[in-house]
Design a protein around this ligand. Structure first.
Ligand code: IPD
Ligand code: CA
Ligand code: CA
Ligand code: CA
Length: 263
């Protein structure tokens, strides 16, 4: 039997420890490299933090599998067993340029079910945490279930690139949504944007392409506050594939899918 409480306690302890390492790194110089293109950054800290989690998990739970953005974990092609999905620094561009607006993100799944979600905003010392069936919390303060919100009063997380011509979606579908909502915000960290939806700071967050490590933790948080989760066309997400992504308060989510995206 998997002891989820034990895993939860360890994961929390390690994420706080990793946050300390990141805070200390601000005193020394970063080594920055490019991945797929000159705007796709990775630093020595992204790699070190991922390796830190992997060594802790492997020592403590050798039977668990790990999917990490920087590739130090396992080759994962199924959700069987206990799977840790880790983004050591979500929002690396912000980490490099701003030293804020980034987070550590860890989602822990058992046979495809999300049990634990942890998103740690290191600089603000805000730890968003959800445990399946027990709710979501910010620094141990319970987050209430999301209240119904009308589109005219909604704040939507979206990157402005999606209202310009782009290869992934007809931007003319998005323009009317952006015009109708009360406001839009773009923070540059998918994990934090999910945490903000769970905390009611945003009413929805949409984007055309995320990877499993960007949203694995966020899904558990959003689930626990009663939000809706889907692709941009309202389909169920496949956790292990890169996908379009839309989460939000459930009435708002349904309204936007039906009236704007699936017309
Ligand atoms: C990125 C951030 C960003 C999102 C990108 C992600 P990274 O993650 O979450 O907000 O728009 O799609 O790749 O690379 O900084 O971990
Ligand atoms: Ca990255
Ligand atoms: Ca990420
Ligand atoms: Ca990352």
């Amino acid at each position: 039997m998997t002891n989820w409480k034990d895993i939860d306690q360890k994961a929390k302890q390690w994420i706080i420890e990793a946050g300390e390492k990141i805070r200390h790194s601000f005193d020394s110089s970063l080594s920055i490299q490019y991945k797929s293109n000159p705007n796709d950054l990775v630093t020595n800290m992204d790699k070190e933090i991922e390796q830190f989690f992997i060594s802790r998990i492997q020592e403590t739970y050798p039977e668990h599998r790990i999917l990490g953005e920087e590739g130090y974990g396992d080759e994962v092609s199924s959700m069987d067993g206990v799977l840790w999905i880790i983004d050591p620094i979500d929002g690396t561009m912000n980490f490099v340029h701003q030293q804020r607006n980034f987070a550590i993100s860890i989602g822990i799944y058992g046979d495809g079910v999300g049990y634990i979600g942890l998103i740690y905003d290191v600089v603000h010392n805000e730890l968003y945490h959800a445990f399946k069936g027990e709710g979501a919390f910010m620094n141990d303060i319970p987050l209430p279930k999301l209240d119904k919100v009308e589109i005219e009063k909604a704040i939507l997380g979206i990157n402005p690139v999606w209202v310009t011509e782009n290869p992934r979606i007809d931007y003319q579908l998005i323009v009317p949504i952006v015009k109708k909502v009360r406001g839009t915000r773009s923070y540059g960290s998918a994990a934090l944007e999910c945490a903000y939806v769970a905390a009611g700071r945003l009413d929805g967050y949409m984007t055309m392409r995320l990877a499993p490590w960007d949203f694995a933790a966020g899904l558990v948080l959003i689930e626990e506050v009663g939000g809706s989760i889907s692709t941009m066309t309202g389909e169920k997400l496949d956790i292990l594939t890169k996908t379009s992504f839309f989460v939000g308060e459930k009435h708002l989510h349904k309204h936007i899918i039906e009236e704007y995206l699936n017309k």
